[in-house]
Design a protein around this ligand. Structure first.
Ligand SMILES: Nc1nc2c([nH]c(=O)n2[C@H]2C[C@H](O)[C@@H](COP(=O)(O)OP(=O)(O)OP(=O)(O)O)O2)c(=O)[nH]1
Ligand SMILES: [Mg+2]
Length: 132
């Protein structure tokens, strides 16, 4: 049976060759893995509006600008996602785990050692190519 694709706005928040990561709650889809913060694009919202809203809700930052990085489609079997991924270098606020989630600033060179969902392999490759 065909599944609808869940459209997700994803933010690679970066500062001085480090990337801000958050840990997904154990009860969520792909729970316990690390992620780039973000969430579902809601009806009537643009990707950038969703990105602004999610990064504010989850990490307490407000992006001033962003650059498209990569769009990754992945089928987890139980769920199909389209990760519309943007780099954010210019933002207001101090990124933190606003929803109580574990967070970390990680060097780009360390990203290969992080336990991400499978769809993120392509994102990590794009980040490494862009930032070093
Ligand atoms: N945010 C984010 N989601 C990712 C990444 N990699 C990946 O496969 N996903 C998947 C997991 C989820 O199925 C989906 C994102 O949904 P989400 O659970 O973050 O959505 P949301 O913030 O709107 O959360 P919720 O209120 O529905 O729980 O995309 C990633 O790096 N960041
Ligand atoms: Mg989310």
């Amino acid at each position: 049976m065909s599944q609808t694709i869940v459209h997700v706005a994803v933010g690679v928040i970066t500062r001085e060759n480090k990337i801000f990561l958050a840990k997904r709650n154990a009860k969520q889809h792909q729970g316990g893995k690390w992620e780039f913060p973000g969430g579902k694009v809601e009806a009537g919202e643009t990707v950038l509006e969703a990105l602004q809203r999610e990064l504010n809700e989850e990490c307490g930052i407000n992006p001033n600008s962003s650059q498209e990085l990569i769009v990754v489609e992945h089928d987890y079997g139980d769920k199909k996602v389209k990760l519309d991924t943007h780099i954010i270098q210019d933002f207001d606020g101090e990124a933190h785990g606003k929803e109580g989630q574990e967070v970390a600033w990680v060097e780009v060179t360390e990203l290969d050692n992080i336990d991400f969902p499978a769809a993120n392999i392509a994102i990590v490759d794009a980040v490494k190519a862009k930032i070093s």
